[in-house]
Design a protein around this ligand. Structure first.
Ligand code: NAD
Length: 291
């Protein structure tokens, strides 16, 4: 049977390591990393995410700054807050929770964030740095996938064939860049691809981020492949609903290892957000020390 890649356990260990690093940094610099999270309006799912981010930020020994703005906040007011946070020395990471209410332009807001504080890794500067193999803040979900892949296969992925299903800016594209930077041979499959099953069957590493429940069937998976299922889909199962991934999990027994859904990639995302905040803090202090 395929081994289970336990993202929940890995994320818990990562949070412990981050907490220990924060304590050491506090002792040596006198400062702790600070994360500012901005929530506009009252989307219930976003409110749950933001509360969870706040809890885990505090648990890691970091400072958490929460900004809950009214639904009718204007673009100008939101940009003013971003500029204020860009200039706040206690804030090392800034995250604007998406989706924003429809009257606001998410792209303009993201591009206003100082790229060195852009812990979601969505700023074009960070996308460009990642694409050119320069130090970047990278999107949290593919960063978490990369950690799980390396934990399963070891640090060197050189020469392995990685196939990614999905080409979104927040998962598929940065995942492809990270795997290329790790010297994999990379194929990207998306909704217009003609021979998706055949391409997936060639993968040593298969990362699936399509948002289509059960899309990847057993015969899309090469025996011995490592399968990372990013999909989070709520499906109706009789009276109840449950969460499933993009891979038909029950058909993947011949894989070497696979992430379950839930409990695989999902728990890694917030841990990686805090990892990025720590990275931003370290780079900020290295810059101050070098100046
Ligand atoms: P998206 O809708 O922006 O992109 C989906 C991509 O999948 C597109 O590039 C599309 O071309 C491709 N696709 C769609 N149908 C396909 C098909 N039939 N065959 C091949 N490719 C197909 O989605 P996203 O934001 O990248 O998220 C993808 C999934 O990952 C969703 O289920 C989302 O909920 C989940 N997700 C999970 C986390 C997490 O674990 N924390 C974070 C982000 C996204």
């Amino acid at each position: 049977r395929a081994a289970n890649i336990d993202g929940k356990e890995y994320a818990a260990g990562l949070l412990e390591r981050i907490k220990a690093d924060v304590e050491i940094l506090q002792a040596t610099t006198g400062a702790v990393p600070g994360l500012a999270v901005v929530l506009v309006g009252h989307d219930p799912a976003s409110a749950i995410y933001v509360a969870s981010k706040h809890r885990q930020t505090v648990a890691a020994g970091m400072k958490s700054f929460e900004y809950r703005l009214a639904q009718e906040t204007t673009q100008g007011e939101l940009l003013d807050l971003v500029h204020h946070l860009n200039n706040d020395a206690e804030v090392h990471g800034i995250l604007v929770q998406l989706p924003l209410p429809a009257h606001l332009d998410p792209n303009a807001v993201i591009q206003a964030i100082n790229p060195d504080k852009d812990v979601d890794g969505f700023h074009v500067s960070n996308a460009g740095r990642l694409a050119t193999g320069n130090p970047a803040l990278v999107p949290c979900t593919p960063l978490g996938c990369m950690m799980l892949i390396k934990d399963t296969l070891g640090e060197s992925l050189s020469g392995l064939h990685a196939v990614i299903v999905g080409k979104s800016n927040i998962v598929g594209k940065p995942m492809a860049q990270m795997l290329m930077n790790a010297h994999c041979t990379v194929t990207v499959v998306h909704s217009q691809t003609r021979n998706a099953a055949e391409l997936c069957r060639a993968a040593d590493i298969l990362v699936v981020a399509a948002g289509r429940p059960g899309l990847v069937r057993g015969d899309w998976i090469k025996p011995g492949a490592v399968v990372i299922d990013v999909g989070i889909n709520r499906i109706q199962d009789g009276e109840k609903s449950r969460i499933v991934g993009d891979v038909t999990y029950g058909e993947a027994g011949h894989a070497r290892a696979i992430t379950p859904v839930p409990g695989g990639v999902g728990p890694m995302t917030i841990a990686c957000l805090l990892s990025n905040t720590l990275t931003a803090f370290r780079r900020n202090h290295a810059m101050i020390a070098a100046a």
